[in-house]
Design a protein around this ligand. Sequence first.
Ligand code: ZN
Length: 348
Amino acid sequence: MLLHDHLDGGVRPATVVDLARDAGYGALPSTDPENLRAWFEEASNSGSLERYLETFSHTVGVMQSVEALTRVAYECGEDLAADGVVYAEVRYAPEQHLSAGLTLEQVVEAVLDGFAKARRDFGIRVGTLVTAMRHQARSMEIAELAVRYRDLGVVGFDIAGAEAGYPPTRHLDAFEYLQRENAHFTIHAGEGFGLPSIWQAIQWCGADRLGHGVRIIDDIEVDGDEARLGRLAGYVRDKRIPLEMCPTSNIQTGAAKSIEEHPIGLLRRLSFRVTVNTDNRLMSGTSLSREFAKLRDAFGYGWDDLQWFTVNAMKSAFVPFNERLELINGVIKPGFAQLKWSGARPLA
Ligand SMILES: [Zn+2]
């Protein structure tokens, strides 16, 4: 169960190599899949934002045809299912896949097609979120796309990209449109930038969830065993606003220092609606079970904690309430009950 995963951040290295060859894309730093995997991780761990962003130019660069998009979506579903994920929300920015002449509709349909095939073959359900780039000016068009395809597998909308200098209110018309249409959306906020971004995302734009939201801790004062919540942090907790946290990614982008010091520990103790996510599986060399394993090691979490994160995520999904309940009561709880009963150490 996972809510925050980027399609262009989870491509298999071997697939990047294949697609680059098919498309005549010659800019890859290596055409050997293992070297390429290592290059992606190293560039992402370098602490340089330019190098981190360069990694996406390659994955996006090779995802410019219907076949490429369908394949990447299908393999994404296969990889998540192999990791034990039963429901995922995967996002991507359609406007970044137009350079070889595709239309926005063709991009959306190609991705939906790949996930439909993955569902048929692996049983995994994937809802897609269409993302608008916050430094661009196409958010209204992308929001309309989200509404047009909402009964066909697009479950929501998001904005992503550099946070500083591009506040969410820049796209207020898109968010107001989505609210009038009773549509769901999340906003990347409180990752590269602090509380004002979170405040705008919730109180101006009406976000249902926060992408990352780690900086909400700037509004919490800890004094020994006592924590005092500021008004914004109190609001986020009271309203059960889901935080889509991505521990490894947050360290790579500098939003957190280490797993041990990641705000997720405090926020879980304070019972915020915290969820655990992967963000970019390729760049971070991670998977959902790897994220859980790191949290288990850092905070001593057991099956109950992992179930709590998982149920939080399912409660916060953008699919209809009855489908969420079905997965919680029919799949997630029985699954964890079996794991606990088996006596196995979590993710040993
Ligand atoms: Zn993200």
